[in-house]
Design a protein around this ligand. Structure first.
Ligand code: UD1
Length: 415
């Protein structure tokens, strides 16, 4: 990606459907033999990967419109999620619960390490075991059997989003009642619960620490609209602020962005919510902030890298503490190469500003890190060249097009 920076962004830009909402919901369609129609599905590589995963299991899964997908798992003909898929997209591990619930068995590759941390799956496994499944680890795969899943009590050591989703899906078709304690409270959990409820599941407490699921024997097809992406919306807010622009963002899910708008406000970014849109501008000077990533409703780890890019432009010393993933500062080294003044110690990064960011060749290491470098590039003098931008295509729909429509000079060239 080549960016000629230094141009304030102006105009109106829409937010796409949420990746992290779409993936579990696509996978939940495995729980019924009836068709599930999903709208506002973002065109992203992770969605294509998920459609491939579902097709491999025997479902029909295809695009039926620009942003519409139909999944019809009339029959399941395989119960294997292969390493080749799970290693490219960890969310593939979410088929474990639905396959077990529907077929009584599943063989799912363990995901392995990840650029941002170890990311184990012990909480998924513990929860599925509590529903009566027998689980063995063989040759890098989780092999699970359960002629019948039975509701049970699950206490999560930490409120993992993926584990909560996996257990909810399995429990929706288990016999009896399941309670998940210390469940994740992310909006994605609330959206999954809404979709499962539309399929006939009985779920209470989604969005709180305790979720109760009363299993039912059968789930039916449904129609569901994927909510807009809170992380994309937050990233676009930072884009407006870091370039000193003035941008109206439509369909931003502000109700889920309170921690983000609060921190942006503390930093001196002006945010005005209007009807169906939010206007974002930079105030006179950006101020430093202290922020700590936390499970929802805390500040999302998926916006930490973008915030770090912004804080290089604040006058004073900001402190960022990452508490969710142990290795999520890879973007910092690249921001330093662009002129950022950042010192890291363990989970904490100290960012001193304002720095004059200068264009440089840099390398993206993961999805959100790519966005952080794009944001820095938009604010930097001269030309920034970002390598490995394929990470972006996993999670930001039509990003260049959107940024260009706001006046950014950005283009993709073959590596
Ligand atoms: C989801 C999001 C991801 C986001 C993350 C945290 C999707 C597809 N991805 O990832 O974008 O950054 O939530 O908000 O929705 N953990 C364990 N054992 C487990 C599971 C998790 O120790 O079995 C740990 C992880 O290593 C991590 C923490 O729990 O330190 C949170 O991870 P989790 O909430 O599970 O993240 P994901 O669901 O993988």
């Amino acid at each position: 990606m080549i960016i000629h920076g230094g141009k304030p962004l102006h105009g109106t830009v829409p937010v796409s459907g949420s990746k992290n909402t779409a993936l579990p919901i696509l996978i939940a369609a495995l729980l019924t033999d009836e068709p599930v129609r999903l709208t506002n599905v973002p065109r992203l590589r992770d969605v294509t990967t998920t459609l491939g995963l579902l097709t491999g299991l025997g479902a029909e899964a295809r695009w039926t419109g620009d942003n519409e997908v139909v999944v019809h798992a009339r029959k399941i003909c395989s119960h294997v999620a292969p390493y080749e898929l799970v290693k490219t997209m960890r969310a593939s591990f979410l088929v474990l619960g639905p396959l077990l619930a529907r077929e009584g068995r599943a063989r799912v590759s363990t995901p392995g390490g990840c650029a941002i941390g170890a990311r184990p799956v012990n909480l998924h496994i513990g929860g599925i075991r509590a529903l009566g499944a027998k689980i063995q680890f063989r040759h890098g795969y989780v092999e699970a059997h359960a002629p019948e899943l039975k509701g049970g009590r699950v206490w999560l050591d930490n409120p993992s989003v993926g584990a909560t989703e996996n257990i909810m899906m399995a429990a929706a078709r288990a016999s009896g009642i399941t309670q998940i304690e210390n469940a994740a409270r992310e909006p994605e959990i609330v959206h999954l619960a809404a979709m499962l409820s539309a399929m006939g599941a009985r779920i209470r407490g989604a969005g709180t620490h305790v979720i109760e699921i009363e299993g039912v024997a059968r789930l039916r097809g449904c129609e569901h609209q994927i909510a807009t992406d809170r992380i994309e919306a937050g990233s676009l807010m930072v884009a407006a602020a870091i370039t000193g622009g003035d941008v109206a963002i439509t369909d931003a899910p502000l109700e889920y962005l309170e921690a983000v708008t609060t921190k942006l406000g503390e930093a001196g970014v002006l945010i005005e919510a209007g009807e169906g849109q939010v206007r974002v501008r930079r105030g006179a000077n950006l101020r430093p902030v202290e922020l700590r990533t936390l499970p929802y409703p805390g500040f999302p780890t998926d916006l930490q890298a973008q915030m770090m890019a912004l804080l290089t432009q604040a006058t004073g010393t900001s402190v960022i503490t990452e508490t969710i993933f142990e290795n999520r500062f890879m973007h910092a080294q690249e921001l330093i190469r662009m002129g950022g003044d950042i010192v890291m110690k363990g989970p904490t990064a100290v960012v001193r500003g304002p720095s004059r960011l200068q264009g440089a060749p840099v390398m993206a290491t993961d999805l959100r890190a790519s966005m952080s470098l794009i944001l820095a590039g938009l604010a930097a003098e001269n030309t920034t060249e970002i390598g490995r931008v394929y990470h972006l295509d996993r999670g930001y729909e039509a990003l260049e097009k959107k940024l260009k429509s706001l006046g950014a000079q950005i283009e993709r060239v073959p590596e």
